[in-house]
Design a protein around this ligand. Structure first.
Ligand code: ATP
Length: 601
């Protein structure tokens, strides 16, 4: 495929924020494609070269890209910088500069294959001289690029490709382009993706073997599975009732979720909730895990929690967050902040996929597989059949330092549902019992300038929840409380790469922040209550037309959810569930709704 065909589709995608139109453009784009171009196009369109879990970074800073643009267009670097300042986007500036230069045509038009190969070389350039090598490769592409191609090339390498194509829309398009577009085809594509986390691979199998072929996609060591997630209920009683009166209760440990891939030979790999490789942060788990299982290969999941090694007590989560991103001093931190993995699920046992088995069977296999050590233990569990033993176990969990309990289904259908949030797992936390609402993970989509002491900094942030059905981000609060000075100074640096001169596609809000942000960073907030709002757009229309949900008196808890990507933030339907739970508990009805009329669907 020629690269200009791809960038023409990007121009069309950029011009719309309607999911249906996007899907139609994508279907048209991918239908004629076959591997390997198909996978390349899917990855490139999401601003990536390989599946997210491989963690490939291009390592191209603004200054480096500016140098390449200057070299390719015969301009002065300072001039490129000046023009970018006024356009707000190096991509746009590149296109304008390329208009005035003759492109190198001896090698013919750029193809997707060439662009992909060269960008891979950029990513692979490491060590001394690599910066220069990256500039040269990029320059080599830009001298052959038409203005529009140059625009998207530069945006791609800077990580600011704004075509707004997210996974859910791509899954829709694949099901339509290569299946019959039916619900069943869409579900098969999604479930293959949830198990493999690799869209390129799924698309390849789909094209070559059709929808039935997707069933052959299964677990593989080193390829993370998208995590199963939990729903909420406002009371233990409700949670137990959902499960039909009997359930497995487990401590809900407050730490970092870890998916451990333990091969027969070779190093253990650990993946976070958003499938990033986090083994290097926990070398003691990497070395301990092979000794903690009877058989390999195995894939298990657990929560990694700081503990006091002498007493075995669980410590507060903040301790473990100190280890995130630490590359140096690991030996010291390992001693200062020892961790333990509390294993709660098993997906692959002795090379055999077991994710499809009902939960009681998986748990029994897990218990048999694990050899408990100081560093790896089985999550505490009790099977309960009545409320009083559930309450007692919950109190025990909180006493032991847990956030509450996970209530898990024991039914026949209680297989591991990769990538899905459902009532097979219900979380019930301590906060619910003291009348506070659950914390909400909101994506920053905008920032407001501070005043007074905060003048010159951002003083508040606009937060949104994610609506998977409409594939968009809907605002629910503006939060300016709970930030200490260090955090106020750190956030703008972390947000620099998400800044956007105009409103990014797929953001719904009635507010206009001083600076728009592309959805990237997720913050945990709490508030007094959820109310109806004419300004905010979360779950708009679900309770009353033209009205969304807003969080009153929001406060940042101090926890940046680095383990969540923007689409893994709290969703609009979850916010609606929280709102309804609160309505049911409130002594007086809020917002005109009668208590008891609305429950989680
Ligand atoms: P939260 O923000 O409430 O921690 P989340 O949105 O990250 O939750 P949920 O699916 O809502 O994810 O809650 C489940 C999370 O709880 C899991 O991702 C896991 O990290 C953690 N957890 C702790 N103990 C357990 C357990 N025994 N079983 C399953 N998950 C557990």
């Amino acid at each position: 495929m020629r690269f200009d065909e791809l960038t023409a589709a990007y121009e069309r995608l950029e011009a719309t924020s309607k999911r249906l139109e996007m899907r139609a453009i994508l279907v048209e784009l991918v239908r004629p494609l076959r591997p390997p171009d198909l996978g390349r196009v899917l990855f490139l369109s999401q601003g990536m070269l390989r599946p997210e879990y491989e963690g490939i970074e291009l390592g191209v800073a603004d200054s480096l890209a500016r140098r390449a643009v200057a070299a390719a267009t015969g301009s002065d670097e300072a001039e490129v910088a000046r023009r970018t300042k006024s356009s707000g986007d190096l991509g746009t500036t590149t296109a304008a500069l390329l208009e005035n230069v003759r492109r190198l045509e001896t090698e013919g038009p750029l193809t997707v294959a060439e662009v992909y190969r060269e960008l891979t070389r950029v990513a692979e350039a490491k060590g001394p001289g690599s910066q220069e090598a990256k500039v040269q490769i990029l320059t080599g592409l830009l001298v052959r690029a038409a203005p529009v191609e140059g625009k998207f090339l530069v945006r791609f390498v800077l990580g600011t490709l704004r075509v707004g194509v997210r996974e859910m829309t791509i899954l829709d398009a694949l099901a339509e382009a290569f299946g019959d577009g039916s619900k069943a085809a869409r579900a098969a594509v999604e479930s293959a993706f949830n198990l493999s986390s690799d869209l390129g691979y799924v698309a390849g199998v789909l094209v070559e073997q059709g929808v039935p072929g997707l069933a052959s996609i299964t677990l593989e060591i080193g390829r993370p599975v998208r995590p199963m997630l939990a729903e909420r209920e406002p009371t233990l009683e409700a949670a137990l009732a959902r499960m039909g009166g009997t359930a497995a209760l487990e401590y809900k440990y407050d730490g970092l979720r870890v998916q451990a891939h333990i091969p027969k030979h070779g190093p253990v790999r650990l993946f976070s909730r958003r499938l990033e490789e986090i083994g290097p942060q926990f070398p003691e788990l990497v070395s301990e895990l092979p000794n903690a299982v009877r058989e390999r290969p195995a894939i298990l999941e657990g929560e990694c929690v700081p503990i006091d090694l002498t007493t075995g007590e669980i410590l507060p989560f903040q301790e473990v967050s100190r280890r995130r991103g630490r590359k140096h001093d690991l030996a010291r931190v390992q001693e200062e902040v020892p961790v333990c993995l509390f294993a709660f699920d098993l997906l692959l046992e002795d090379g055999r996929p077991v994710y499809d088995l009902p939960f009681p069977e998986r748990r029994a296999l897990l218990a048999r597989l694990l050899l408990s050590t100081d560093r790896v233990r089985l999550a505490e569990q009790r099977i309960v059949e009545d409320l009083s033993s559930a309450t007692q176990f919950f109190e025990q969990a909180v006493e032991a330092g847990g956030e509450g309990v996970m209530v898990k289904s024991l039914k026949e259908g209680s297989s591991y549902r990769a990538g899905a949030r459902g009532y097979w797992w219900i979380k019930y936390k301590r906060e619910y019992t003291v009348g506070l609402s659950d914390s909400i993970d909101g994506v920053i989509v905008g920032a407001f300038q501070g005043r007074g002491r905060r003048a010159g900094h951002y003083g508040a942030y606009l937060l949104a929840v994610y609506d998977p059905a409409r594939d968009r981000f809907e605002s629910f609060c503006k939060v300016g409380t709970g930030f200490d000075d260090a955090m106020l100074a750190e956030l703008p640096k972390r947000l620099a790469r998400f800044e956007s001169p105009e409103r990014p596609p797929g953001i719904e809000t009635g507010l206009t922040p001083d600076r728009w942000m592309r959805p990237g960073l997720v913050l945990e907030v709490r508030g007094a209550e959820l109310t109806l709002s004419p300004i905010h757009r979360a779950a708009q229309g679900a309770i009353r037309s033209e009205t969304g949900l807003a969080l009153r008196f929001p406060r940042f808890t101090g926890r940046i959810r680095d383990d969540k990507g923007p689409t893994e933030a709290t969703t609009s339907p979850e916010l609606l569930t929280l709102y309804r739970a609160q309505v049911r508990q409130a002594p007086k009805p809020v917002g005109g709704e009668r208590p008891g009329t609305a429950g989680p669907e």
